[in-house]
Design a protein around this ligand. Structure first.
Ligand code: NAP
Length: 520
């Protein structure tokens, strides 16, 4: 069986053990590869990245780093067909869902590459304007941002093995920090091939991009206050990483993107059959089923005015009927299997729990057979809608993230205050989508619960023809959210560089402060 390799200190490292976690095709349940990082010297690896990779990167201007990112994007794009096939096989994603990951990766790298070119020949970022600190303009102060002299360790979730790696790496490399990336073992084949493409193209200075396939071993013990950990995954793993003794002791920056019970809110002004209504139905159904619901931005709670519940329920169920669950290599299939056996168990268990407080209105709540898949094989679970039982006020629907194609309709009285309160009960989300043509109602809602989500997607009739859906994490806009969502921030254009740079206040003569910070 294939053994996935790590790439560290400028070389490929096969695991020195015959055991490891096994990557399985979620459609056939056939083993594809074994993953293990045993034998890796993590201390030497972080030191090599910091010194060799970091020094090389910090010599380059933003524009030159941008060129590296564009070259990475092209190298990965040149393997597009192979990567799409691998994603379909190892993640169970349909071709369309696989494009979301692979093209999302190359697009984001390219976007940050172009941003680097815009930043030009500078190596520092100004942060605000300068100002006099004394009685006259001689004693001057200004803030700037400098690349951290460490390594950025990136740990990613299983659902986006290409985009997850790329969106983090793009920001760190542009900021001047070398990267060691660790994908989730279950889907790491895709990341390994992305890194292989970059290594083969020879586009990066040595030490700028490392890969760990398997566990991070004792790596955290070797990090310092100049290093960064950026994590995406479950809240429980996030907690373990955040409370790691050495990371706490060294004040290593840790950014977390974790669970999120995103809400889609239907405004009370939206009439059944109207353009915004149709958009809501179409987009919610997509955000529940795309990538088989294994998306951090998926809609987990559907907030609907009580007097719209019946037609909405009918419309959503009808839309869900068009979903064909099965082998992602079959053309008619538009929802693949869940990524792993553990995922299937967790979704089955989570749905059973949700049924204590909500009625099943679409789906069986059970594993199903997949179209075009061998009988009894594959981690298939159909699109599932629930509706909160009458009189239930329990928090479970707002607390339990079922990471599959599962969402619950929550009725509310049509008041912005009630919708805001329900949204906030998710205790912090990545994205909230609001569908309404009433600006007054939407603003009232935003004013009440705006601080509970990292991003708000405001859909209206005027935007309907251009609306991309709430689930697309565009490089221009922040990705992250407060509270349960992890409290982290990624993307958001140049804001993504904040994590990888140190803000410094410079005080001195106006001339030297401006010459240094302004790079003139
Ligand atoms: P997970 O089990 O927490 O794993 C995430 C990553 O952490 C994997 O790479 C995993 O590696 C690694 N890991 C596990 N234990 C670790 C430890 N003690 N030290 C260091 N790394 C460790 O999460 P998942 O099942 O992959 O992803 C699903 C979750 O991610 C969901 O809860 C979802 O909401 C969340 N998610 C959030 C976002 C976001 O942007 N907010 C995006 C995607 C997913 P191994 O695979 O090798 O164990």
């Amino acid at each position: 069986m294939k053994f996935l390799r790590s790439h560290l200190m400028g070389q490929w490292h096969p695991a020195n053990s015959e055991t490891g976690s096994v990557v399985v095709d979620p459609t056939t349940e056939v083993s594809l590869a074994t993953v293990s990082s045993s034998g890796v010297d993590f201390q030497a690896a972080v030191e090599f990245s910091r010194t060799t990779g970091g020094s090389a990167l910090r010599e380059l201007t933003f524009s030159q780093r941008g060129e590296l990112l564009i070259a990475m994007s092209k190298a990965i794009h040149s393997r597009r067909e192979e990567l799409l096939e691998l994603s379909m096989r190892s993640c169970g994603s349909t071709r369309k869902d696989s494009k979301f990951d692979i093209d999302g990766a190359t697009g984001t790298l390219y976007h940050y590459g172009a941003l680097g070119k815009e930043l030009g020949d500078s190596v520092r970022l100004a942060d605000g304007e300068g100002e006099p600190l004394g009685r006259n303009a001689v004693y001057w102060g200004r803030h700037g941002r400098l690349s951290r002299n460490g390594v950025a360790v990136h740990i990613n979730a299983f659902n986006f093995p290409a985009w997850g790696f790329a969106e983090k790496a793009a920001a760190a490399i542009l900021a001047g920090m070398p990267v060691i990336t660790k994908p989730a073992s279950s889907t790491s084949i895709v990341t390994e091939r992305c890194i292989d493409a970059v290594v083969e193209a020879g586009v990066l200075p040595e030490g700028v991009l490392g890969l760990i396939c398997g566990s991070v071993g004792d790596l955290f013990d070797h990090l310092t206050g100049q290093d960064v950990v950026a994590f995406t995954g479950s809240a429980s793993t996030a907690f373990r990483i955040r409370s790691h003794e050495n990371l706490l002791r060294q004040s290593t920056s840790v950014n977390v993107e974790a669970d999120s019970l995103n809400a889609a809110i239907l405004g009370p002004d939206v009439e059944p059959g109207s353009e915004v209504w149709n958009l809501f139905v179409r987009e919610v159904a997509r955000e529940v089923t795309q990538k088989s619901g294994q998306k951090c931005t998926a809609v987990r709670r559907i907030l609907s005015p009580i007097d719209r519940i019946d037609p909405l329920q009918d419309a959503l169920c009808e839309e869900m009927q068009s979903r064909v669950v099965g082998n992602p290599f079959e053309e008619r299939v538009n929802v693949g299997p869940l990524a792993t056996a553990d995922q299937l168990s967790s979704v089955l268990e989570g749905t059973t729990r949700l049924r204590e407080v909500a009625d099943l209105i679409h789906g069986s709540g059970e594993r199903i057979e997949g179209v075009g898949a061998e009988q009894g094989k594959g981690y298939f679970f159909g699109p599932t809608l629930l509706k909160v039982k009458e009189g239930v006020t329990d928090d479970l629907v707002h607390d339990l993230e079922v990471f599959g194609p599962v969402s619950t309709i929550c009725p509310y009285d049509g008041e912005a205050a009630t919708a805001a309160c329900l949204n906030s009960r998710g205790k912090g989300t990545l994205v909230t989508s609001v569908y309404s043509d009433s600006e007054a109602w939407t603003f009232d809602l935003l004013q009440r619960c705006g601080s509970w989500s990292g991003r708000f997607y405001l859909a209206s009739e005027k935007m309907a023809s251009q609306a991309p859906g709430s689930g697309v994490a565009l490089p221009q806009s922040l990705h992250g959210g407060p509270g349960r969502a992890g409290g982290g921030e990624e993307l958001g254009g140049i804001r993504a560089l904040d994590l990888y740079t140190q803000r410094v206040a410079l005080q001195g003569t106006r001339r030297s402060v401006e010459r240094f910070i302004g790079d003139r």
